[in-house]
Design a protein around this ligand. Structure first.
Ligand code: GAR
Length: 208
């Protein structure tokens, strides 16, 4: 059975691009990206989706007064799209239980650090890498996990470590983590999900 994948974006969309590339290479298993939804009107990710012939929608965060009303609108959009899997690919809004309960164990996020390090509210984009460099860790990486109402706390699906190098800036570390980890493990996790290879038990995942 084909699984409909809806990808949520807010920015440049390099993780979306990795998913599009994987799909074009036949590497998403039973999954197909059927819609991309952006929280920002000017996200370059929307151009990437359009160029790949994928339907786009915008659901602008600023148009909603609070996270509850935005979450309800997002839940309705995802239901309309018939999403079997929702992928946060650089999606910078924390949605509440209105979405997380409706799509329990059907939403995954890529986070640019090894959870539980450098995660939670305020840790997004370059701030994550800035914090890792300030701490002086020698290894960072990326994590793909299921989304729950608690930010970055859901069951972990895949992780990949990446070395921190002398002279790294947040930008350099971000680029290395994207290239060596995020763009690999996000499509891998999507394929595992679409091929029904992931189960969740006691807050942990088991990969078949
Ligand atoms: C990526 O590094 C992603 O892991 C991170 O933002 C970047 C988005 O890049 N996401 C978060 O920090 C979410 N908490 P992209 O738009 O090029 O995929």
């Amino acid at each position: 059975m084909m699984k409909k994948i809806v990808v949520l974006v807010s920015g440049g969309g390099t993780n979306l691009q990795a998913l599009i590339n994987a799909q074009q290479a036949g590497e998403l298993g039973n999954g197909k990206i059927t819609c991309v939804i952006s929280s920002k009107a000017d996200a370059y990710a929307l151009t990437r989706a359009a160029e790949a012939g994928i339907k786009t929608r915008t659901l602008i965060r600023k148009d909603y007064s609070d996270i509850a009303s935005y979450s309800i609108a997002m839940r309705d959009a995802l239901t309309q799209e018939g999403a079997d899997l929702v992928v946060y690919a650089g999606f910078m809004t924390i949605l509440d239980e209105n979405v997380c309960d409706a799509f329990k164990n059907k939403m995954i996020n890529v986070h640019p650090a090894l959870i539980p390090s450098f995660c939670g509210k305020g840790f997004y984009g370059l701030y994550v890498h800035q914090a890792a460099l300030e701490k002086g860790v020698k290894v960072s990486g990326a994590t793909v996990h299921f989304v729950t109402a608690e930010c970055d706390a859901g069951p972990i699906i895949l992780q990949k470590a990446v070395e921190v190098m002398e002279g790294d800036t947040p930008e350099l570390l971000q680029k290395r983590i994207m290239e060596q980890a995020e763009w690999k493990i996000l499509p891998q996790a999507v394929k595992l999900f679409c091929d029904d290879k992931i189960t969740v038990k006691d807050g942990k995942t088991i990969i078949k």
